[in-house]
Design a protein around this ligand. Sequence first.
Ligand code: BGC
Length: 243
Amino acid sequence: MEVLGIDVGGTGIKSNIVDIETGTSTHEKFKIKTPTPATPDAVIECLKTTVENFNWQGKKIGIGFPAVIKNGISLTASNIDAQFINYDINAKFSEALNCDVTVINDADAAGIAEMTYGKGKGVNGLVIFITLGTGIGSALFYNGQLLGNTELGHLKYKKSVFEKYASNSAREFHHLSWKKWAKELDVYLNHLNLLLSPDLILIGGGVSKNFDLFGQFLNVPVKVDTASLLNDAGIVGAAMASV
Ligand code: BGC
């Protein structure tokens, strides 16, 4: 079965048609910039452009979105417009796109794909999947079962929260060297390890392809690996979560 998967991030909106039986994207990936401010109206315009690009009408769409999503409602908005707080997201997007839209948290979506088709496949115990992008997203899996909407990027750290120091956008914004940034990431991963005693930590998000530049500075007493699906995980997982 094919579903249109869309990954709405803090900086870009990526999409593709996904064969959810195999976890593969079947077309050329479509990318547009996340609008600023990312209000519901502006995001919907981008989603309409996406839907038109794939000529996707009246069918299923799965969307990964950078917010806590419960019962089809978005409840938080850290890297998108505050109008998304308490927003009836499944219903509004379905109506605007004239499709059956299911929205889930973006990190949960990417984690689902990675646990099904990537390095989390068949791993028992606790897997913490982290995405390092504009923010820090997290998805927890116990024996393969998702515990959704965990928001572990928002654990308090220094004067703010960890995602302000250890996300990829923090590295770029403060022009940090890989070593300096990795030190913040190391504190973060050790903190997660202390709190949750995971069996495996998987790092996703575009920056994970540079693991050879920062992995050497991490010193965490648990296996840390990069996600294998990299940036496509969010698209594939969003599509999978819609059925
Ligand atoms: C949001 C999360 C999201 C993460 C990655 C955070 O700022 O609160 O919901 O998963 O960014 O996009």
